[in-house]
Design a protein around this ligand. Sequence first.
Ligand code: SF4
Length: 299
Amino acid sequence: MIQYIETKSILSKLREKDTWFGIAYNMNLYRGCQHGCIYCDTRSECYGINDISTISVKKNALDLLAKELPAKRKNRATIGTGSMNDPYMPVEKELQLTRKALQIIASEKFSTHIITKSNLVKRDADILQDISKTYAAVSFTITAADDSLSQQIEPHAPPSSERFKAMKLLAERGIYTGVTLMPILPFISDTKENIAAIVGQAKESGASYILPMFGVTLRKGSREYFYQILDKRFTGIKEKYQSRFGEQYECFSPNYRILTDTFEELCVKFGIAGRMRFYHPKAYQQQSILFTNEKIKKQ
Ligand code: SF4
């Protein structure tokens, strides 16, 4: 179901420094997500979104963005999107809210970081190239190298192979891109072979970085849904979670050590970073001043 809502603001400032993606603002153009991943944290009770498959479209989002960005020109920082819903879920194909928001971000010369599981992001490569003059990064979440497994755990998102193809296209266009290798589900996708295959395909697809988390987070709301699906599709696995993790929020793979070693060894071999390069407006300004001085000296 799709409904239209109004919202009061579209950019929310992060309370704490973000060390994963280097973002300072969060932007959610939609509420809910059509991809239906079985482990989705958005189902957690603390967010108050009962049914994530009901999509709320924030109909005044673009007007708000056009008003809010100029007021933040003095505090330029990266705008993140894709943490509570996928900005390229199917409804975006027709509505193009993400595309139009990126056009506003480009015209205001802000930086952005996108997390997605969709190859629809290819459509916006032209705008992302433009934003890249400031800073743009696109992180593809890939949790299973095997398409049939990715379709079981992320049923309505394009399969992993399509995400890798999209990554390749963006990398070829000079857009900074990589993988968010998370979550890795204990007893399901936490094999050495899966990690090695994802890192290998990431290398072939032009990834500059891979951010791993060899486990999954579960809390009230998301845990119950996840367990229901485990019972339907992965017989006997729920019991393993219950006995190993109980009510724990962070559920790390029992294979954590071996997965970490495999990951690090391959990243070193392929020259892929385990962290992202962030946008630092002051450093960029300083760099351009130095560069200008050098030019002046040479003249
Ligand atoms: S794409 Fe992200 S937000 Fe959407 S269902 Fe999957 S995990 Fe949740």
